[in-house]
Design a protein around this ligand. Structure first.
Ligand code: ATP
Length: 235
């Protein structure tokens, strides 16, 4: 089976600074992989390489077996990106934002279909026609998920998507991530939340100074165990 995400000796330098040492990583379809690590550990660099936002210094980032750097147009179609803050238009409604971003990506949906995506992403109906300016961070993240759903992305890359969300919003976000995973979508998520990583992730990686120091199965470790491993790893 082709991995949804694969890093093959994937590395990134900025001048003399090594942001990512040669990384080997395989993530099969449907898996939720959480990346932990201190600020500057290389999590965002890894995600940006898979997004094709930056070019590797050596090695390859592959999505569904396709080399991102050489086929960015193809791989971007397979991928959705949810950053820490999903940038949307405050003076447009949830439905209008979703419609706008779909059109940018070359898709058109009826208002009924747009609302169905928002509902599936967990955004309650009464919010659909309200302006984004009044949305909470959790509601904005849900519009981000709706954009990913409408795009039918097989891979979703997330950079600290739950940072700043309250516990209830985080739980709701997790539930949607699990549903996506059950549907065979693959999630790579950078996070600082050790406890959430153990409850949501199937596997968890711990990065330090551009190295992936550990990969653990969430089923084989408690949150306390992961916390201990994390602090040992970062030294
Ligand atoms: P955070 O948790 O703060 O988001 P991170 O684990 O995502 O951290 P990266 O943003 O990947 O870390 O950064 C890895 C290293 O690469 C850091 O030392 C950072 O300073 C460096 N770096 C990242 N982007 C650039 C850039 N454009 N130019 C130079 N150095 C960079």
């Amino acid at each position: 089976m082709t991995n949804a995400l694969e890093a093959a000796q994937l590395a990134k330098n900025y001048n003399n600074h090594i942001a990512l040492h040669p990384l080997e990583l395989q993530i099969p379809p449907g898996q939720i992989f959480c990346l932990l690590g201190q600020n500057g550990a290389g999590k965002t660099t890894t995600i940006n390489l898979f997004l094709g936002f930056i070019e590797p210094s050596s090695g390859q980032a592959l999505i569904n077996g396709v080399n991102v750097a050489k086929n960015t147009d193809i791989t971007r179609q397979a991928v959705a990106y949810i950053p820490e803050v999903v940038h949307l238009y405050g003076n447009l409604t949830g439905v209008e934002n979703l419609d706008f971003f779909n059109r940018l990506a070359g898709f058109r949906f009826s208002p009924k279909e747009l609302k169905a995506f928002l509902l599936k992403a967990g955004l309650q109906e009464e919010a659909h026609e309200k302006k984004l300016g009044g949305y909470s961070k959790g509601m904005r993240q849900k519009v981000g998920i709706a954009i990913a759903l409408a795009k039918n992305a097989s891979v979703i890359l997330m950079d600290e998507p739950t940072s700043g969300l309250d516990p209830k919003a985080t739980l709701e976000f997790n539930a949607i991530c699990r549903e996506l995973s059950d549907q065979g979508k693959t999630i790579l998520m950078a996070t600082h939340d050790i406890f959430n990583a153990t409850s949501l992730g199937h596997r968890i990686g711990i990065m330090r100074d551009g190295h992936l120091k550990h990969i653990v199965d969430a089923s084989g470790i408690t949150a306390e165990g992961l916390q201990q491993l994390y602090f040992e790893s970062i030294g």
